[in-house]
Design a protein around this ligand. Sequence first.
Ligand SMILES: [Fe+2]
Length: 235
Amino acid sequence: MAAITSLRTHLIDELSDLLDAENQLTEALPKLAQAATSKRLRAAFQKHLRETRGHITRLNRALHSLDEKPSSKTCAGMQGLLEEGQSMMKKTVAGSLRDAVMITGAQKVEHYEMASYGTARTYARVLGEKVIARLLEQTLREEKNADRTLTKIAEGTINEDAAEEWQSQDDETILNRATKWAGSTAGYASGQLTTRLHAAASTVGLARSASRKAQGGGRMRQTRRRGRDVTGKKR
Ligand SMILES: [Fe+2]
């Protein structure tokens, strides 16, 4: 990698980085469009894919006007964002929730691009490269529009639908947990009941035997009493 020794070399480095970022994005966007459940979201990804091809053309023009050939640079930032987005998608079942997950990833990408195009446009202006500044400004506007479109789609229906999907899944989990808890509580209660019944039964047994003893004793006392008069003397 060439050393960055001036704002101009930094601009060239940033344009090369963006070029690779946009190329990576042209690979990812068709997959996102295919995975989208919402028609509006699919259309937004397809539209941005067409715009992204235009961004590549503008970057090549900008590098050409600086008499620079695009370097074979890998944009690690875009690579990381796309890998992270893909791994989040894999963990999510298809539907509104996955659409929301894809919007999260896509908006992170858009903001990364907005920061890159915004700074590159400003450097081009500072360096007096008006044509390049204008090209980058056009792309920046399209990135901002893409981000706004994603927000509108998310806030339109997807976020609420995703929340409902999550709620119904959560209700199911709560129901499963409640059933499990009720089952184990019933088991515990039944165990407790058995123990108490045993305890009660043995208490009743003891009481009966005590009662029998008491009754026997009483009979004996009665017998004894019957054998004596009121003074206690034997009859
Ligand atoms: Fe772009």
